[in-house]
Design a protein around this ligand. Structure first.
Ligand code: SIN
Ligand code: MN
Length: 273
């Protein structure tokens, strides 16, 4: 699958492309069920909120077949090969839980800020692709983004190791206020958007796009997979973080067949019967 000229223009101008219905409910239901099972395990890859609720599960593509197929899915991999003009590898893979009632905040940040500072990634030639496993609503801690903020390069940030259980290079209030004011429509309104939609929707966003998400105090969980793909020639040069957080296998991804997840979901259903 390739991005069309309109999507390429939007990506360049706004820093993101939103694709509702990219995966069918049949494809996503299996991933959702497997994510719940993974959160129940006490593997080192599963990080918890301060309350003990799951926050994120790293590297599930290395030990779970459904997530392995997702990490190599042509609907996610081919658009990035197209944007970067070369093969890509998996830099990071996480299933963020944003658990009902307990999902905590993700502070304002740029992903590339962390990849550059912690992992020595040379250029912002890597991106996060968000795949919604649950319905993302305005009320259950949606991802919030500041359109056009990717045009500002890598902004000054502080290393926040205290607010949540996960350390992050975060932006200050003045920077967020300025960028949101710049992105606000001339007729008034907010310069921050929160794409919402059914499970199976996909959001691809530039490594320098500023984003965050509020806590989830609703009874509705908000699971999102973040697949981070990096251009192979742009692989990381520092190995400070554990391998399961910042991968060191720079092998180019060979995409699987477009129907690989449907085939897996049908076999999984038969096995469960
Ligand atoms: C992230 O920015 O990496 C995660 C944000 C979220 O899951 O809300
Ligand atoms: Mn992020």
């Amino acid at each position: 699958m390739k991005l069309n000229p309109q999507q390429l223009k939007e990506f360049d101008e706004l820093g993101y492309v939103f694709m509702p219905g990219c995966f069918s409910e049949e494809e996503v239901a299996t991933l959702r069920a497997e994510a719940e099972e993974i959160y129940k395990t006490d593997r080192q890859e599963v990080w918890r909120e301060k309350t003990g609720a799951p926050r994120t599960a790293f590297a599930a593509h290395t030990y779970n077949e459904a997530f392995r197929l997702l990490s190599r899915h042509p609907r996610l991999v081919e658009p990035l090969q197209q944007l970067f003009g070369e093969p890509v590898y998996v830099h990071q893979f996480k299933i963020n839980a944003k658990a009902a009632f307990e999902g905590d905040v993700w502070q304002w940040h740029q992903d590339y800020g962390t990849w550059a500072r912690d992992d020595g990634m040379p250029e912002p030639r890597a991106m996060n692709i968000a795949v919604f496993l649950d319905e993302v609503m305005p009320i259950n801690g949606p991802l919030m983004i500041i359109p056009k903020s990717h045009k500002h390069g890598t902004l000054a940030a502080g290393h926040d190791t205290a607010t949540t259980s996960y350390p992050l290079w975060t932006l200050d209030k003045e920077t967020v206020t300025r960028l949101a004011a710049e992105a606000a429509p001339p007729e008034g309104g907010a310069g921050i958007v929160a794409p919402t939609g059914r499970p199976g929707s996909v959001l691809m966003f530039h490594g320098n796009l500023v984003h965050a998400s509020p806590p989830n105090i609703t009874p509705y969980p908000r699971k999102i997979v973040y697949l981070t793909l990096c251009a192979v020639s742009n692989h990381i040069t520092k190995f400070n973080r554990p391998e399961f957080i910042a991968h060191r296998d720079f092998t180019p991804i060979e995409p699987v067949a477009d129907d690989a997840l449907v085939e897996y979901a049908r076999a999984y259903k038969v096995a469960a019967e």
